[in-house]
Design a protein around this ligand. Structure first.
Ligand SMILES: N[C@@H](CCC(=O)N[C@@H](CS)C(=O)NCC(=O)O)C(=O)O
Length: 294
């Protein structure tokens, strides 16, 4: 298939052989492919995830809540290997009909409550525990604006730029140009905002920072797609200041390790069932490059 000569047919058909790096898991239909129950541990919150940027948002939030001393935020984090299609198991699809990590079950309520979509999970946890979401009208509204901004913007970074720059079978100039332009515009949006206020919602660190840091903070720190130099991420000085500050938070460092199956072995905590699980790992050794993200 050459990009120059392709003419779309009248009706699209699924070319199973030509789906690129994610051909094994990408499908044009929803629903489960196989029966598989999810494990349930002893804590109130059961997370089913992987340490991609979308997954890391939730583990950052849970570790931040625990760092505040909120015992109700104790959680089991189970690994969902999306490369092996575990997001299509019947148990996972019952928690997230969209078959994507992260997905959360809250067993502290009757009946247990499912939550899917990382932004919805952050908001759920923030409201449940009364933390990282301002209560005053103006910063709360800013927080939600920047939270939803991330949800709408990151697909251009991950599914657009990252896909064509790092994963597509060939380097095509047109999509790389288009998405590099958009991602640089997005970095500039954040840079201007962070030039006005210390955090995205204003004076305080909130779920808007957690959501955006997982994508744009890690991009700014050179951890996404090996594209730091290409996008000149160091030129966004306010984003750099914010990204580095959050990166140094102990809860952020712990959150990054949970359900991580790549990078140096000592930075990986495949599953988390107890706070002491981190003690067997060396958080200082988190790799600067090489995070996986679609
Ligand atoms: N909008 C969703 C996106 C979640 C998402 O794209 N998850 C990816 C990993 S980062 C996934 O599970 N991909 C597996 C698949 O597409 O089959 C969210 O924010 O939770």
């Amino acid at each position: 298939m050459s990009n120059d000569t392709y003419t779309p047919p009248k009706v699209w058909t699924w070319d199973k052989e030509n789906g690129g790096q994610f051909a094994k898991t990408n499908r044009p239909v929803a629903g489960p492919t196989h029966d598989k129950e999810l494990p349930v541990g002893r804590h109130p919150l059961q997370l089913y995830s992987l340490a991609t940027p979308n997954g890391v948002k939730v583990t950052m939030m849970l570790e931040e809540l625990l760092a505040l001393g909120i015992a109700g935020a104790e959680y089991d984090a189970w690994l969902i290997n999306i490369g092996e299609g575990e997001q299509f198991g019947s148990g996972f699809v019952a928690v997230n009909p969209n078959s994507k990590i992260p997905a959360l079950m809250d067993h502290s309520v009757t009946p247990p409550q499912r939550v899917f979509e990382s932004g919805a999970i952050l908001l759920y946890l923030a409201e449940k525990f009364g933390a990282f979401l301002p209560t005053a009208h103006e910063p709360r509204t800013e927080c939600l604006s920047w939270l939803f901004w991330q949800m709408g913007s990151a697909p251009y970074l991950g599914g657009g730029f990252g896909h064509f720059y790092a994963y597509a079978p060939e380097k095509w100039e047109y999509p790389i140009n288009r998405y590099a332009m958009e991602v640089k515009r997005q970095l500039d949006v954040l840079d201007r905002r962070l030039g006005e206020t210390p955090y995205l919602a204003g004076a305080d660190y909130t779920i808007a920072d957690i959501a955006n840091w997982a994508w744009y903070g890690q991009l700014a720190l050179g951890r996404q797609y090996g594209a730091g130099e290409f996008l000149e991420v160091t030129s966004y000085e306010n984003v750099q200041r914010w990204a580095q500050e959050l990166d140094a938070r102990p809860a952020v460092r712990r959150g990054r390790m949970v359900n991580r199956t790549f990078g140096e072995p000592e930075t990986q905590l495949h599953e988390r069932h107890d706070a002491s699980d981190f003690e067997t790992r060396t958080q200082d050794k988190l790799a600067p490059e090489g995070d996986a993200a679609e």
